[in-house]
Design a protein around this ligand. Structure first.
Ligand code: CTP
Ligand code: MG
Length: 228
């Protein structure tokens, strides 16, 4: 099936405070977006849609050309929205007519290994309509009330942390977002609330989301190890 990857990079990065919208913060001499796109192109997509903040379209195109290795013709840059879900919808609106499978990926998960993309695509090829990478929850989780008191322990064995890229049949994701009545924090939540089963594959610790300054430090350290 013709595969498109929508990279959502339109967030402002308020928790990172990196001096620029998060995707445009440097990991080394290259940006978070550049490193993310190198991983995306390894999945051999037919189209890559990069969703960016207004005013960053040109910079994104430069990063994408750089990461695309001669396949810049596959790249579409679009302007994002106020919320992640709006940015995903903007990306969907730019898909080429022949795309059948869509992966939605956070630019902030810059170091996601190609094997995670491969597992997602394999699950879609095997017939899943929606599939997400997950990792086990390592912390002990508590349910806490408004006064900060522990209400209950939550059984960790039933929990998993969701990552991206999340893979969908295009028609399923389009319908789910069109009909979404709430703002969902990930795409699988919208698809699940539309009544579709969501499968899981193994994620990867290295696919963590760069959210805060220590995350950025960790990504930089991993990258310099990888290169040495
Ligand atoms: N994102 C987006 N459009 C938005 C909000 C988020 O494309 N309106 C993207 C971000 O660029 C990021 C991914 O969604 O790649 C996950 O969001 P998050 O980690 O929350 O990034 P930010 O919203 O930029 O960060 P913060 O919440 O700290 O401001
Ligand atoms: Mg955010």
């Amino acid at each position: 099936p013709r595969l498109a990857v929508i990279v959502v990079a339109a967030g402002s990065g308020t928790r990172l405070k990196g001096g620029a919208p998060k995707a445009f913060v440097g990991l080394d001499e290259r940006s978070i977006l550049h490193h993310c796109l190198v991983g995306v192109f390894a999945a051999e997509p037919a189209q890559v849609v990069v969703v960016v903040p207004r005013g960053f379209e040109g910079e994104a195109l430069t990063d994408a050309r750089d990461a695309a290795g001669g396949r810049a013709d596959l790249v579409t840059i679009v302007t994002g929205g106020e919320t992640r879900q709006e940015s995903v919808s903007a990306g969907l609106a730019a898909l080429w007519a022949n795309v059948e499978t869509v992966l939605v990926h956070d630019a902030a998960r810059a170091l996601t290994p190609p094997a995670v993309f491969d597992r997602i695509v394999a699950a879609i090829d095997a017939g899943s309509v929606a599939v997400i990478p997950t990792v086990p929850v390592v912390d002990t989780i508590k349910s806490v009330d408004a006064d900060g008191r522990v209400v209950a322990a939550v059984d960790r064995s039933e929990l998993a942390a969701a990552q991206t890229p999340q893979g969908f049949r295009r028609d399923v994701l389009e319908a789910a977002l069109r009909d979404a009545d709430a703002d969902h924090t990930d795409d699988a939540a919208a698809v699940a609330s539309a009544g579709h089963p969501v499968a899981t594959v193994e994620g990867d610790a290295v696919a963590f989301k760069i959210t805060t300054a220590p995350d950025l430090d960790r990504a930089r350290a991993l990258l310099s190890e990888r290169l040495s």
